[in-house]
Each structure stands twice: as C-alpha cells, then as structure tokens.
Design a protein around this ligand. Structure first.
Ligand SMILES: NC(=O)c1ccc[n+]([C@@H]2O[C@H](COP(=O)([O-])OP(=O)(O)OC[C@H]3O[C@@H](n4cnc5c(N)ncnc54)[C@H](OP(=O)(O)O)[C@@H]3O)[C@@H](O)[C@H]2O)c1
Length: 293
C-alpha cells in the first residue's frame, strides 16, 4: 500500500494497544500526522515511543481521552481544535469489552459504561469534531463493529434495555453497542451526503489480543482467549483495513459501507438496515450524549 498521507492528520482512539496501535504505526509509515487518543497517559506514552520507533516518524502526538466520560470527550475535542487546524481521518477504534462487569455500571453521565464507551462516546466525539471534518473535506470517519455479530442475526436495538435495565451481560451490551455503531454509520452517511465527509464501518474479525491485556481475567477465560488466538489474525493484518479505508483513493467517494478484513464490502445484520430504528437510535443517542437539537 503506497499511499502518501503527508498532509493528512488522523485521530485514532484506543491507539495504545492491539489494532489501534498497529494502525497508528502503519499510518505514520505513510507520513500521516497521527494523534493517539488514549485513556491512560502512561500506556499512551509507552505506545507513543513504540509507534515513533517502529514508524521512524516524529509526527505522532499523544492526547488523553476517556470515551466513557462526556466531559473528557468535550475537553479532548476542544484541545484538539486548539492544537490542530484540520482533521482528515477520525478512527473510532477504542471499545470496552470488560468481562468483569457482572451488572450494569453507570458512568458519571448516567449511561451504562459499555454503551457509553462504544457508542454514545463515539457519537459525541464525531458531533464535536464534525465541523472540522467538514472544513477539511474530503475527509473520512471510520467506525468499528464486530464479526461476532454474525452469531446474533436477530439482534435489534432494545430501546427498553439500552442501559441493561432488563437483562445484562458484557457480551450482550457489547454486541448491542456494536450493532448501534453500524446503524449510526448508515444514518450518519445519509446525513453527510454531499459534504465530502464519508463514514464507513469495519467488521473486525477474530484478532489476537495481547496476553498482557488479559492478566486480570480468571484462568479459564485466559484459556479461551489462548484457544481463540490460534484462529485469529494479527492486529497488523486487521489494521490494514483501517488504513485502506483511511487512505485508498478508490474509497474516497464511498460512504455508508460495512467492510471485512479483506477490504470487501459485506452485509450487516438484517435489522441494521431499518431506517426507523436508525432514526430512533439517533434521537436516543443525542439525548444520552447531552446534545441539544
Ligand atoms: N480483538 C478482536 O477479536 C475484536 C473482534 C471484534 C471487534 N473488535 C474491535 O476492535 C477494536 C480494537 O480492539 P483490539 O482487539 O485492538 O482491543 P484492545 O487491544 O483491548 O484495545 C482496545 C483499546 O480501547 C481502549 N479503550 C477502552 N476503553 C476506553 C475508554 N473508556 N476510553 C478510551 N479508550 C478506551 C483501550 O485502552 P486501555 O489500554 O486504557 O484499556 C485500548 O487502547 C475494538 O473496537 C473492538 O471492539 C476486536
């Protein structure tokens, strides 16, 4: 992939680990200015050093953001706009899949933590940076869902269970939030028609998760992950789809797509195409993100 992103600035959330970090390295190797948007400044600083050394680029910057906190996202967007005058690619890679949550946990904003991080935070961050994306057009937004949704072909947005009020498991909340990301991508693409800002969603497949991120899990769960790892692709392989969607000239005009790890467009869950549900979800997301119409 010989793209040149010399004049482009990219934000990647959750860039201190896994696919996000691998994508940061690949984008920096293509000469992009890369902003690592990380929850922990300590983990982010380690990633910053690794990304600089692996890419031989100095055009990398670390900024703090906690996607589960709306105040943190607002601070991030403000700081970013003070420090930069353009934004060409916004990659919403970070996500919470915290197996230790036995019941719904609310954030300071009163939103269930997995939904807050994986969907509402993404919605708010895009909203706050959209004007800059429009002013930098042609520009691109990339959202991230999961191939695991294939196991839930009938899953729909549960408006009476958005916060896990009726039933909760990490797995359910996670796939619910990822379905929300797909629907959000489709609804946002409609709204951005003709602006030069595109939005596409990645169907991330089974990707190896670094062992050091699993040390807090019970032994049996670490064994499951070890088995899964044998059937996984590497973060570097999956990151190539992020880079393709961020950089390839042939996708510049394509919006509202759902893309697999082979850079091919695929269908998402049948219910994700329901326009009424998308619009209802949009209104709920605005409410949960504290966005005034
Ligand atoms: N790995 C897979 O098999 C797989 C499958 C389907 C989809 N995905 C999706 O692929 C994306 C990347 O996953 P990965 O495999 O690279 O996982 P990972 O290595 O665990 O990385 C997740 C990243 O998200 C960050 N994050 C979590 N909560 C955050 C918050 N509140 N604020 C800011 N950052 C936060 C983490 O930061 P900390 O270091 O602070 O925790 C970490 O940098 C995610 O969207 C995930 O849902 C992965």
């Amino acid at each position: 992939m010989a793209y040149n992103l010399d004049q482009k600035t990219v934000i990647i959330t959750g860039a201190n680990s896994g696919i996000g970090k691998a994508a940061a390295i690949q984008l920096a190797q293509l000469n992009a200015t890369v902003v690592l948007a990380c929850r922990s400044l300590d983990r982010g600083a380690k990633a910053l050093a690794d990304v600089k050394s692996a890419s031989h680029s100095e055009k990398i910057e670390l900024m703090q953001v906690d996607l589960s906190s709306q105040a943190s996202i607002r601070r991030f967007a403000e700081n970013y706009q003070c420090r930069h005058d353009r934004l060409d690619v916004l990659i919403h890679n970070a996500a919470n899949f915290d197996h230790t949550l036995a019941k719904p946990t609310l954030t300071a904003d009163g939103v269930e933590t997995i939904l807050a991080t994986n969907h509402v935070g993404v919605f708010l961050m895009t909203h706050l940076l959209l004007e800059m994306l429009r002013n930098s057009a042609p520009s691109r937004i990339i959202t991230v869902a999961s191939k695991g949704l294939l196991l839930y072909p009938f899953l729909d947005i549960e408006f009476d269970n958005l916060q896990g009020e009726r039933k909760f498991s990490t797995q359910h909340a996670y796939y619910h939030s990822k379905l929300a990301q797909i629907m959000y991508t489709y609804a946002l693409a409609e709204r951005l028609q003709g602006t030069g800002v595109t939005v596409n969603c990645v169907q991330v497949t089974n990707v190896a998760i670094p062992e050091e991120r699993l040390t807090h899990l019970p032994a049996w769960m670490r064994k499951v992950y070890a088995l899964k790892r044998r059937m996984s692709i590497t973060p570097e392989q999956q990151a190539q789809t992020y880079v393709y969607l961020a950089a390839a000239p042939e996708v510049q005009e394509i919006t509202g797509g759902y893309w697999d790890e082979n850079n091919q467009q695929v269908r998402s869950n049948r219910k994700s195409y329901n326009r009424q549900t998308q619009e209802r979800l949009w209104a709920e997301s605005e409410r949960l993100a504290g966005i005034q119409r």
